[in-house]
Design a protein around this ligand. Sequence first.
Ligand code: UT7
Length: 320
Amino acid sequence: MIRSRILSAGGYLPAEVVTNDELAARHGLDTSDAWIRERSGIRQRHFAAPGETASSMGAAAAREALTRAGIGAEEVDAIIVATSTPDSSFPATAVRIQAALGITRGFAFDLLAACTGFIYALAVADSLLRAGSARTALVIGTETYSRIMDWSDRSTCVLFGDGAGAVVLRAEEGEAGILSCHLHADGRYADILHVEGGPGSTGTAGLLRMAGPEVFKHAVNKLSAVVEEALSAHGLGPQDVSWLVPHQANLRIIRGMGRKLGLPEERVLVTVDRHANTSAASIPLAMAEAMAEGRFRPGDLLLMEAIGGGLTWGACLARW
Ligand code: UT7
């Protein structure tokens, strides 16, 4: 059977690291390091420098992923970028990355599913590879959320960071690779987590708004349901999961899911403490870190899950 095998992951984090105290002081926020840590698990975040964009960071993450896989850029024939903070409305951030990598063949496009973007992009890439439309794909999540923050809104601006992650997928015969992806959306909840306006409406890029506690409740219920859906599709149970690779929005949500699955804490990848919420970049960034540490072993079962603006949510199961 042909599967989309994950050959490697790479990441990029901008150099500037901002702690909770530094962020509060910088914007005169009525908050505290203790509140942010206790409610979200976040200690610090990285912020892109003025010249850095979703494409420059995405290209850096892609380069690391390709190097780690031992794959030349010329072998890539599909680039799918998940981002809600693209360099511009068009062309797609994906083609900017394609050019930065010196690739002149294949196809490249962006996809938007907010914090679920990487799961959606993985699902689309998997379908294209298994259909024979491409053989080697880069799937990239890259975000500059620092550019859509309302720095006067302490309930959201302390939660997000910038960064990029990428994986290399290749269509290969065998047991390793993506087993299935399970996608959901419910636009009735569009307004509980959204960006106000945009080039197609107000003519300006808007700011992020989130009804945090409401999103939190949806996250707990919908992530549990989609994880159950993914496992039962293969007759698998929580005991079969080697690694939980969750979207990194809130440590309480992540730990809650780990406990529900009965996984020991060291089997749950956590970066939210150091990266904050990097939206579509958070899952591939966590994978890149785990790969650099040599944590994944052949045969390991990875369970990825995310929820975000839309609402959108989903899960993917992959055999390493
Ligand atoms: O990535 C996409 C998916 N996103 C998520 O999954 C995020 C889901 N939501 C969350 O992670 C949490 O809801 C938050 C971290 C956003 C907030 O945590 P919470 O425990 O739900 O707090 P809350 O919003 O209910 O606020 C509790 C209190 C409020 O004060 P009162 O009304 O109890 O007096 C807030 O005004 O904390 C206050 N508060 C703050 N205090 C200090 C809100 N933000 C802050 C802050 N510093 N930064």
